[in-house]
Design a binder for this molecule. Structure first.
Ligand code: FE2
Length: 209
């Protein structure tokens, strides 16, 4: 089993709520001990995987993120079209715009570095878009799904923030990724707050009187 595979399994378990943050950190530390990242030979280590160079790690990240954000743009814009909850509809449109511009800018930077956006939406991504755009699924169910799968923005983006902080040569990409992550955190925090507000029991007129 490759280190990359093990890391992804671990991240999936954490995102899916199967293990908590403490368990995630513990397992990650163990993984590091069992097979320490090969720093020799000028390689670059990022998010559980080693790359031949910083540039290779960045290009890999840009390609994956550009494709993921394009999927997010589609999911959120289609959800906004069928959204029945007035107070979140325009927020969803804002999120969709963010996702779309992230995809454009990350893709542009990838091309500037000599890469190509070949990443395509996988089966999981396609299912996600279908779930979000289905008018039969209640808005609160969609918010709950996002919260369960992504949870706390700070926790989810910790490995990405560490990767960004480790970039030493390509400062142009580092700075754009810093802004990208802040947008993503803002989106997740807003979704989390919307979920909490819409899940809260409604105060009855008698109780509030
Ligand atoms: Fe996103």
């Amino acid at each position: 089993m490759s280190r990359d595979f093990e890391f992804r399994q671990l991240l999936r378990a954490y995102r899916g709520g199967i293990i908590n943050e403490a368990a995630f950190e513990r397992e990650l530390a163990q993984l590091e001990q069992i097979s320490p990242p090969p720093h020799n030979g000028g390689g670059f280590y990022a998010m559980g995987k080693s790359y031949p160079s910083e540039k290779a790690a960045i290009m890999n990240f840009l390609e994956g993120a550009a494709a993921g954000e394009a999927g997010g743009a589609e999911a959120f814009s289609r959800w906004a079209e069928v959204c029945k909850t007035d107070c979140i509809r325009s927020g969803l449109r804002m999120v969709a715009e963010r996702e779309a511009y992230h995809s454009r800018q990350l893709g542009q930077r990838l091309r500037e570095l000599g890469g190509e956006c070949k990443g395509e939406m996988g089966e999981e991504g396609r299912k996600f878009v279908e779930f979000m755009s289905n008018p039969a699924n209640p808005d609160l169910e969609k918010l709950g799904y996002l919260n369960r799968n992504f949870g706390s923005a700070d926790q989810i983006f910790k490995p990405v923030r560490e990767f960004i902080a480790s970039i030493r040569e390509d400062l142009q990409t580092r700075e754009m990724l810093r802004l990208f992550v802040e947008d993503e955190c803002s989106t997740l925090n807003w979704l989390c707050e919307a979920c909490a507000a819409l899940s809260a029991p409604k105060q009855s007129a008698a109780a509030s009187a």
